[in-house]
Design a protein around this ligand. Structure first.
Ligand code: ATP
Length: 348
C-alpha cells in the first residue's frame, strides 16, 4: 500500500492534444480517490499514466517512495480495471478472477477460495463456470472488478468500474466496493463522470477540466465549498444556481432584492462590484407568499424528483432562472408567483 504523488505531470499525445497539463496531485496512502470531470478532461489518461500504459511527456509519478515515471506497468504493482474489461476469453469466470493469484504462485485451493469469495460479493456466484462470451456486459465488468480485487496490489486503478451496471446492481456493487476497499486498505483511484458515485464512494475527489485539476477535496468540501464556478456547476445532482449580482453596502443585490452577504465573501468585495451569487437548489427555501429578503419569480417548470420536486422560476430582468427543491406536497404550478430565500450560511 502506498501514496501516489504526481508532480508537473504532462501528457501530450502525438496528435498534439495536451491531455494532462502540468498536473500536481497527492493521493494519500489507503485513500479511495475519485477522478471526476466531463468527457475528455483527461481522467482516463491520468489513470493510464499512473498505470504506466501511457508514457508521460513531462513531470514525475511516485508510488510510495519509488519513482515509477519510466517504469514498465508490470513493475508498478498496480491492478487496473479497464472500461473494456480485457478478460481472457478461453478461461471461465473463476479462472479469470484467480489469474493474478496464479501469477503470484498462490496455491490452487487458496486461489479458488479467494475467487469464489470475491465473486460472491459481486453477485457472480452462479456464473463461476461460464466463459466471458456467455456473460452480459455488466457481468463481464464485475468479473474484471473481481479479478483486480482478488489479489492485493499497492494500488487499484478503476476506470468507470460500475458504468455498465443497472441502477440496482450499481448501488449494490458500490457498497461492496467501498467495504472491500476499506477492509483491504489499498490506495484506490477510480474514474467516473457520475458525480453522485464520486460523492458516495470517495474519501476525496479531484474535479478535472481540460487536463488540469480545478479542485481537490472531500465530498463535503467540493459540494459545500466549490472553489470556482466550474466545480459549482459540475457537482450536485442539480447544478448550483449561479446568479449575477451586484455588491451593495447592505448585502448583495439580485433584481432589486438585497440578500445577505455570504460570510465567506466578506471583505473580498467592494460595493458596486459585479459578482456571482451561488446557492444550491437544495439550500433555497420556497414560499408561495411574499417574504422580506426573498427573490420573487414566476414558476416555469416543475420536475418531479420522487420525494421532492425541482421548481424553476424566472426572475425579473436578465437574472435568468433559479432552481429550488420543494418538498412533496408543496409544489406550485407553472404560472404561479413564488419567493425563494437562501438558507443562512449556505450561499457562496
Ligand atoms: P471520458 O470521460 O470521455 O472517457 P476522459 O476524461 O477519460 O474522457 P481522456 O480519455 O483522458 O478523457 O482524453 C483526454 C483528451 O485526450 C481528449 O481530448 C481525447 O480526445 C484525447 N486523447 C485520448 N486518447 C488519445 C490518443 N490515444 N491519441 C490522441 N488523443 C487522445
Amino acid at each position: 500500500m502506498a501514496a501516489i504523488t504526481m508532480s508537473g505531470l504532462t501528457k501530450v499525445y502525438p496528435n498534439g492534444v495536451r491531455a494532462l497539463n502540468a498536473l500536481d496531485l497527492d493521493i494519500v496512502d489507503g485513500e479511495f480517490f475519485a477522478l471526476l470531470g466531463p468527457s475528455g478532461c483527461g481522467k482516463t489518461t491520468l489513470l493510464r499514466t499512473i498505470a504506466g500504459l501511457e508514457v508521460s511527456s513531462g513531470g514525475t509519478i511516485h508510488i510510495g517512495d519509488t519513482d515509477v515515471t519510466g517504469m514498465p506497468p508490470g513493475r508498478r504493482d498496480v491492478a487496473m480495471v479497464f472500461q473494456d474489461y480485457a478478460l481472457f476469453p478461453h478461461m471461465n469466470v473463476r479462472d479469470n478472477i484467480a489469474y493474478p493469484l496464479r501469477i503470484k504462485k498462490v496455491d490452487r485451493r487458496t486461489r479458488h477460495g479467494k475467487a469464489t469469495e470475491t465473486a460472491g460479493g459481486l453477485g457472480l456466484a452462479e456464473l463461476l463456470e461460464r466463459r466471458p462470451a456467455q456473460l452480459s456486459g455488466g457481468q463481464q465488468q464485475r468479473v474484471a472488478l473481481a479479478r483486480a480485487m482478488a489479489y492485493t496490489p499497492q494500488v487499484f486503478l478503476l476506470d468507470e468500474p460500475l458504468s455498465n451496471l443497472d441502477a440496482r446492481l450499481r448501488l449494490e456493487a458500490r457498497t461492496f466496493l467501498k467495504r472491500l476497499q476499506r477492509d483491504l486498505g489499498v490506495t484506490t483511484v477510480f474514474v467516473t463522470h457520475d458525480q453522485a458515485e464520486a460523492l458516495a464512494l470517495a474519501d476525496r475527489i479531484a474535479v478535472m477540466q481540460g487536463g488540469r485539476i480545478r479542485q481537490v477535496g472531500t465530498p463535503v468540501e467540493v459540494f459545500r465549498r466549490p472553489a470556482n464556478t466550474f466545480v459549482a456547476g459540475f457537482i450536485g445532482s442539480t447544478p448550483m444556481n449561479l446568479i449575477p449580482a451586484t455588491v451593495r453596502d447592505a448585502g448583495v443585490e439580485v433584481a432589486g432584492t438585497i440578500l445577505p452577504m455570504p460570510e465567506i465573501a466578506e471583505g473580498l468585495t467592494e460595493p458596486g462590484e459585479t459578482v456571482t451569487y451561488a446557492v444550491r437548489p437544495e439550500y433555497l427555501d420556497y414560499s408561495p407568499a411574499e417574504r422580506a429578503g426573498a427573490l420573487s419569480g414566476v414558476v416555469v417548470v416543475v420536475e418531479n424528483l420522487g420525494s421532492s420536486s425541482l421548481v424553476s422560476l424566472d426572475l425579473p430582468g436578465d437574472v435568468g432562472t433559479v432552481q429550488v427543491v420543494v418538498a412533496e406536497g408543496e409544489e406550485p404550478a407553472p404560472g404561479d408567483r413564488g419567493w425563494v430565500a437562501p438558507r443562512p450560511g449556505r450561499a457562496l
